[in-house]
Design a protein around this ligand. Structure first.
Ligand code: PMP
Length: 293
């Protein structure tokens, strides 16, 4: 961000450097905020927010779960996001809508909420190489304790701890297990693995059901590739031919290894790579007819 970066706060465009909020915000003290991550891609028709409606629908759901008022319509929030892109002259960018609470130190929903929309440039999440994952000592939260379908800021304490641990050991990201010890996801991306031409991915329940995950499952099924959703052990993953991650920031990213297990299949020969190529086409040609290539 530079001194000229602009953001949208409660529907008003302003310079990021001058924007203010309360130090008594409940979000700062207890993590009560909800957010989204959306990518805008440069297309022939200008910047295009990929899956904007799905992301703002999830934001509304998350806000409802946390009791944060979010009365803007999806169309209004999409419009505001384009305005932030326009004001910052971004064609390719990552957009971060955040709904945060006002002053409230009691453990009850705040009756004040704010909508912040930021944008920044964010290149490939894992750079131009395959990601190296390390099994984390931090499990994903138990779905009986938190609503894992909601993207709540406080949940990300777990992701930050898991990522820090992986990086401390020289890896790019963590592989997190769920409370029962099944493979769940990476710190901010869903996981898929390929075995004998079939794709496997952890079922919903202990993961954030990603929008990219859904897109990729649909693309794979359109290609006639079998996709299974279930409970998989670390041993199942270790015996896979290939593996990849999906997420708005991560996009479709190949995985080189999980701990000492290096996946034997070359990335370019894998189903993941095929889906990566199609995903890249889809995001920059949103009207692209997926079934014809
Ligand atoms: N899991 C977690 C924990 C995440 O934070 C994300 C990123 N939003 C994902 C999965 C991927 O979700 P999406 O494809 O909707 O970005």
């Amino acid at each position: 961000m530079s001194k000229n970066t602009k953001l949208m706060l409660d529907g008003k465009m302003q310079k990021a450097s001058g924007a203010r909020t309360s130090l008594l915000s409940q979000s700062l003290h207890y993590g009560v905020a909800v957010f989204e991550g959306i990518r805008a891609y440069k297309t022939d028709g200008g910047p295009h927010l990929f899956q904007a409606e799905a992301h703002f629908t999830r934001l509304k759901y998350s806000a409802e779960v946390m009791g944060l008022d979010l009365s803007y319509t999806i169309d209004e929030m999409v419009g505001m996001s384009y305005q932030v892109l326009h004001e910052n002259k971004y064609l390719d960018a990552y957009i971060r809508p955040l709904v945060f609470a006002g002053t409230e130190m009691r453990l009850v929903p705040s009756n004040e909420s704010h909508l912040l929309i930021l944008a920044w440039r964010w290149n490939a999440y894992y750079g131009d190489k395959l990601a190296r994952l390390r099994t984390s000592s931090f499990r994903r939260p138990d779905p009986r304790s938190l609503d894992l379908n909601a993207k709540i800021s406080g949940h990300y304490v777990n992701s930050v701890m898991a990522t820090a641990e992986a990086k401390k050991h020289g890896f790019d990201d963590s592989l997190q297990l769920d409370c029962q010890g099944f493979v769940a996801e990476a710190s901010a991306a869903n996981i898929f693995f390929e075995k004998d031409g079939v794709l496997y991915t952890p079922a919903e329940g202990n993961i954030l059901p990603g929008i990219t995950r859904k897109t990729v499952i649909e693309m794979a099924r359109e290609l006639g590739i079998k996709v299974e959703e279930g409970n998989y052990s670390l041993e199942d993953l270790q015996q896979a031919d290939a593996c990849f991650l999906t997420g708005t920031a991560a996009e479709v990213a190949g995985v080189e290894c999980v701990d000492e297990t290096v996946f034997p299949m070359t990335w370019e020969d894998s189903i993941g790579y095929l889906l990566y190529c199609r995903y890249r086409k889809l995001v920059i040609h949103p009207d692209f007819e997926r079934t014809i290539i």
